[in-house]
Ligand binder design. Structure first.
Ligand code: CP
Ligand code: NVA
Length: 310
């Protein structure tokens, strides 16, 4: 196993300098995509995509992204592979990584993707775990910059569940120098120790009981489903607990006048966000979804080839 392998399992796996490169590279790849200019730096490389949970955006963005880079994909799910019949994750990693150049995994515990990565001969990318969703945060930051310029020094308001998205936002806030305002119902708080291994200071995280107060002064308001994949049995309890954490026009009015709204999708209009917000003029959710593909193309290229100049 080479020590040179770079995995992307958490947002903290890359440095601020590397993010600066990736964000600028993603902008170039997006511009080429829009003008039908071929960019096939991963010609004949293969990406294995392993899904233990459902997906629309992650699958489509990685699959189309890899084809555009000149490569191929293999799509595996728990239901149609030995992963669902208890083959050890370590054995799956050893086997799959002998035949492909790159692996993307969507699974449950972070410990599972980490075990896979430890036994993989090729880079492994986190396509969502219970704990983290770094590719989505990368796309969200790219989208913010595209619309509003640098995110450094800005304020992002996270309203709702202290989940995988929230954890990755907190890691990004510390690494890239912005402030995260968080408001969650009691019992669903962000776990700073999990995200950072330490308590965040006020430059990175401010916690609010009131979601309205958390939105005050924010340059971006963002939320997510109240019940993430894997937590479905808690749905009824969560519907009650989260009732006051719906992003609505009043919360958006408390934010900066030009604040953006984001949601990683899929969304439930009338639950975590009102339709007039997600379908309103401040919402950039469709750019956000598309940008998954552009940033992940830059990420896959970087993990396999390092910084490129052409
Ligand atoms: N946002 C996101 O990861 O979407 P999918 O679950 O559809 O992949
Ligand atoms: N927090 C959500 C994100 C879905 C893209 C989940 O884990 O289900």
């Amino acid at each position: 196993m080479s020590t040179a392998i770079r995995h992307y399992l958490q947002f903290t796996d890359l440095s601020a300098d590397e993010y600066a490169y990736l964000l600028q590279r993603a902008a170039l790849l997006k511009q080429k995509f829009k003008t039908y200019e071929k960019h096939q730096t991963l010609s004949d490389r293969t990406l294995a995509m392993i899904f233990e949970k459902a997906s629309t955006r992650t699958r489509v963005s990685f699959e189309t992204g890899m084809y555009q880079l000149g490569g191929y994909v293999v799509h595996l799910t728990t239901g149609d592979s030995q992963l669902g019949r208890s083959e050890p994750i370590e054995d799956s990693a050893r086997v799959i990584s002998r035949m492909v150049d790159l692996v993307m995994i969507r699974t449950f515990e972070q410990s599972k993707i980490e075990a896979f990565a430890r036994h993989s001969r090729v880079p492994v990318i986190n396509g969502l775990t219970n704990e983290f969703h770094p590719c989505q945060i990368l796309a969200d930051i790219f989208t913010f910059i595209e619309h509003r310029g640098p995110i450094q020094g800005k304020t992002v308001a996270w309203i709702g569940d202290g989940n995988n998205m929230a954890n990755s936002w907190l890691q990004a806030a510390k690494l890239l120098g912005f402030t995260l305002h968080v408001s969650t119902p009691k019992g669903y708080e962000l776990d700073e120790m999990l995200a950072l291994g330490e308590r965040a200071d006020a430059r990175h995280l401010r916690v609010f009981d009131s979601p309205l107060q958390a939105c005050q002064g924010a340059h971006l308001v963002t939320t997510d489903v109240w019940t993430s994949m894997g937590y479905e049995e808690e749905n009824a309890k969560r519907l009650q607990a989260f009732a006051d954490w719906k992003v609505d026009a009043t919360m958006m009015a408390a934010a900066q006048p030009d604040a953006l709204f984001m949601h990683c999708l899929p969304a439930h209009r009338g639950e975590e966000v009102d339709a007039d917000v997600i379908d309103g003029p401040q919402s950039v959710v469709w750019d956000e979804a598309e940008n998954r593909m552009h940033v992940q193309k830059a990420l896959m290229e970087y993990l396999l080839m390092g910084k490129q100049t052409a």
